[in-house]
Design a protein around this ligand. Structure first.
Ligand code: HEC
Ligand code: HEC
Ligand code: HEC
Ligand code: HEC
Length: 146
């Protein structure tokens, strides 16, 4: 009787260990979140998008923030840089110069998972543009004085 109990306890323990050891990393991998990578990374495969975006004068407009000496103002950075305060995104002009301006990922979202598997189907959800994306920055009443 006692042996049987011991056996059951051990088996339960092993099963638990198995799940812990093998399934936890699996679950973590599945939950991996995309992070921001910056526009330089898009050139290789979408050169025509990058070129046409850069030819739009508003795509390189961070100087309007710098001219006003607001390039360290957390009140301006969320809309005038890419991924401000988010993993991989803009931190400061000194640390993450490549993330100034709004870029591809401002609308398309963080693209690290897309870079790993650059197909339409596999990471569609990470590149689908949310319906309210434009109004998240273009909200109408934000610039008293500008
Ligand atoms: C290694 C090549 C590669 C890189 C780098 C890459 N892409 Fe892609 N991308 C693709 C391929 C392949 C497709 C699917 C075919 C197509 O639509 O051209 C695609 C499709 C897309 C789509 C359309 C998705 C859809 O549902 O229609 C968007 C948006 C996109 N990429 C954005 C980006 C952005 C932003 C970057 C830079 C951060 C980037 N890509 C970097 C290869 C790449
Ligand atoms: C909620 C998002 C948001 C924040 C926060 C924000 N901006 Fe803007 N900014 C925009 C948008 C969107 C535009 C373009 C459309 C418009 O003017 O309404 C813009 C345009 C501008 C322009 C005009 C650019 C041009 O070439 O016409 C200036 C200058 C500017 N912002 C400065 C600032 C400064 C300085 C701050 C911080 C005090 C700031 N913005 C904070 C979203 C924002
Ligand atoms: C201001 C927001 C915005 C920015 C910035 C932006 N896009 Fe888009 N992009 C869109 C919208 C809107 C569509 C239309 C498709 C949709 O609704 O998903 C689109 C479509 C695409 C597509 C698929 C359709 C096609 O034309 O082939 C690709 C690929 C793409 N963008 C890549 C890029 C890249 C690369 C950059 C940066 C150089 C970029 N986008 C910057 C909003 C944006
Ligand atoms: C990350 C914030 C952000 C998002 C998202 C965004 N914009 Fe903008 N947009 C700006 C800023 C900031 C400017 C002003 C130029 C600058 O300083 O970069 C601007 C400028 C513009 C302009 C030129 C100025 C004007 O008012 O006529 C147009 C047009 C525009 N955006 C359209 C769009 C559309 C359409 C979308 C959605 C597909 C969109 N934007 C998404 C931040 C954003």
């Amino acid at each position: 009787m006692r042996m049987k109990k011991l056996f059951i306890t051990m088996t339960t323990g092993l099963v638990a260990l198995y799940f812990f050891a093998f399934n936890t990393p699996y679950l973590q991998a599945e939950k991996e979140k995309a992070i921001y990578v910056g526009m330089d990374k898009c050139k290789e495969c979408h050169p025509e998008h990058v070129e046409s975006y850069l030819s739009w004068k508003y795509s390189r407009n961070f100087r309007v923030i710098q001219m006003r000496k607001r390039d360290h103002d957390p009140g301006c950075l969320p809309c005038h840089t890419t991924g401000y305060g988010k993993p991989g995104g803009f931190v400061s002009v000194e640390k993450t110069q490549r993330m100034v301006n709004k870029q591809c990922e401002s609308c398309h979202g963080p693209a690290s998972l897309h870079l790993k598997a650059p197909t339409r189907l596999e990471h569609q959800e990470t590149l689908n543009i949310p319906k309210n994306i434009c109004t998240s920055c273009h909200s109408g009443h934000k610039h008293p004085g500008y």
